[in-house]
Structure formats: C-alpha cells, structure tokens
Design a protein around this ligand. Structure first.
Ligand SMILES: Nc1ncnc2c1ncn2[C@@H]1O[C@H](COP(=O)(O)OP(=O)(O)OP(=O)(O)O)[C@@H](O)[C@H]1O
Ligand SMILES: [Mg+2]
Length: 277
C-alpha cells in the first residue's frame, strides 16, 4: 500500500500495512460498567453515575500539538485519515482495543495515541477511551494539563474501579481519558499480573461500544509493551522519521510477532530527543 503523504503537517504519512491478523459508551453503559449487570439491564436498574469532567486550556493543547475538539485545525486531516483507516481495520477484525507502540523513546507514540483518540471521538457515532499505560512515565495528564485524582495504576494496584479514575475533557464529546497517576517502578510486574488481563477484558466488554486506545512505553526499552500487547486485539506502530532505526523496527516487529499489527504511522517529529528515564 502506498504511503499517504500529508502536506502541511509533520505527521507525514500513515501507511497502514496489510496484515490481516480487528466506541463512548452511552451514559447507560457507563452506569452498567459500575455494576455487575450486563449493560442492557443495568440501564434500568442502576443510577447514572457521572464521569468527572475537567476543563482544558486550548492554548496549552495547541502548544502540545493536541487537536481541538472535532479534530479540526491544520493537523486534523492526517489524523482523520489515520482514524478512518484504523477504524476500518478494527471493524473488520471485530475489535475495540488498540495499542500504540514504537521502538524507542520520543517517536511520537503518546501524541499519536491522544490525537487518534480525539479523531475517533470526532466521528459522531464513535467513542474513544484513551488509557495511559506508560506507567514508567505517565504523561497524558500532563500533556492535557489535568490533575488526576486516581489513575489506572490505582486500578491495577489497589483494585479501584476504572470509573473512579476516568475523566472527560471539557469540549470533547465522546472522549474519555483514563490517566495514570504516578510513576510505577514495578510497571511490568503490574502489567503482567492476572489483574491486568482481567481489567482489560472487563473494560473491553463493558465499554464495547468504545475504541480503547492504549499508550505504552517503547517496545525496546522496557518489557511493559510486550507484556501488555498480548492482551490487545490490534497494534499500531509509530515510526519516527529520522529517529527510528530500521534494525530496531525489525527487532520490535519480531518481538511483537504475536500481536496483530494493523498498521504503521510514519511520524515526522524532529524535536530534540530526551533521555527516557
Ligand atoms: N508529528 C509531530 N510533530 C511535531 N512534534 C511532535 C510530533 N510527534 C511528536 N512530537 C513531539 O515530540 C515529543 C515526543 O513525542 P511523544 O511524547 O508523543 O513521543 P513518545 O514516543 O510517546 O515518547 P516516550 O517514548 O518518551 O513516551 C513531544 O514533545 C511531542 O510533542
Ligand atoms: Mg509516550
């Protein structure tokens, strides 16, 4: 498949590969998520619980290159294109979970995960749940400029309900964020425990009308991504123009051989690299 070239944006291409190896819950589904009842019953029997809504600063988001609601703006087009291709492939696989992966640090995984989620939620009938699973260096809340009261780390470590940690961003409809609150030195052990797989399965079922987008640490710098990616139904690999080495990519794809990679994104970041840890 030919790469799609996106002028006027640093996201230069989204070349979704051909490997064929797969939405916000309504508020009723969210209420169902809190109870043990299936969604269709819970709507009638459980009280509606509201997800915490936080305000975001548009200028801050703009400086972080985060798309405005509706995925508009000069950077919106490439992400919409990416969104459409990702959704088509997820639908074909009957899947609703996707991990955003990359070889090393600073390839644009987190930015891609955030903007892909916003672009998915910009489709009227789609909902996105963005989950920060870079427990080594949680950054989604900082990028968004919000302070989480709880995080996915609390769900994994202390058995809290994901609903306690979920946030809605002011102005962004159909988008929910599940941030990570604090850095976890034992992140790969947390992700390897049975609770992590159970939590993912639970969320996939309860939020089956959302696309769950997971941001993870670099594949070659920690085993977190490999440990967790086994549980997702699809993966998107972000390749950085000028930063991702061919050998690294080959190695990462080899390590990810059991994970259905539905595409690669060639991201044009040219920001100075930072040390990962
Ligand atoms: N297409 C792009 N255009 C301009 N800047 C970008 C682009 N993609 C990423 N960046 C910037 O590069 C930096 C690294 O991006 P990001 O944090 O998304 O990478 P990452 O792969 O998640 O890094 P890490 O492995 O450290 O988590 C950020 O400052 C981000 O704003
Ligand atoms: Mg990141």
């Amino acid at each position: 498949m030919k790469p799609i070239v996106f002028p006027r944006s640093k996201l230069v291409s989204a070349d979704l590969l051909t490997q064929e190896s797969q939405r916000a819950a309504t508020d009723q589904d969210e209420a169902a998520a809190e109870g043990s009842l299936p969604a269709e019953h819970a709507a009638a029997e459980l009280p509606r619980t509201l997800t915490r809504e936080v305000e975001v600063d548009p200028l801050r988001l703009e400086s972080e290159r985060i798309l405005p609601p509706g995925a508009t703006g000069m950077h919106g087009g490439p992400y919409k294109m990416l969104r459409t291709q990702v959704l088509q492939r997820l639908d074909k696989l009957g899947a609703n979970t996707i991990a955003v992966l990359g070889t090393t640090a600073d390839t644009g995984k987190t930015l891609t995960a955030i903007n892909l989620s916003i672009a998915i939620a910009a489709e009227h009938e789609r909902h996105a749940l963005l989950v920060d699973l870079d427990l080594r260096k949680p950054s989604i809340h900082r990028r968004l400029g919000v302070e989480p009261l709880a995080g996915i780390d609390d769900c994994l470590r202390r058995g809290r309900s994901p609903r306690d940690a979920m946030l809605r961003l002011g102005g962004y409809e159909r988008l929910t964020v599940l941030p990570a609150r604090e850095r976890c030195l034992d992140s790969s052990e947390l992700l390897a425990q049975r609770r992590s797989e159970e939590l993912l399965t639970e969320m996939r079922e309860r939020y089956r009308d959302r696309v769950l987008v997971f941001d993870l640490p670099p594949v070659l710098q920690a085993d977190d991504a490999l440990v967790f990616a086994r549980h997702v139904q699809a993966a998107l690999v972000v390749v950085s123009e000028g930063r991702t080495r061919r050998d690294d990519l080959r190695r990462a794809v080899e390590l990810l051989r059991d994970v259905p990679i539905i595409g690669t994104v060639l991201n044009g970041t040219r920001e100075p690299a930072e040390n990962y840890y």
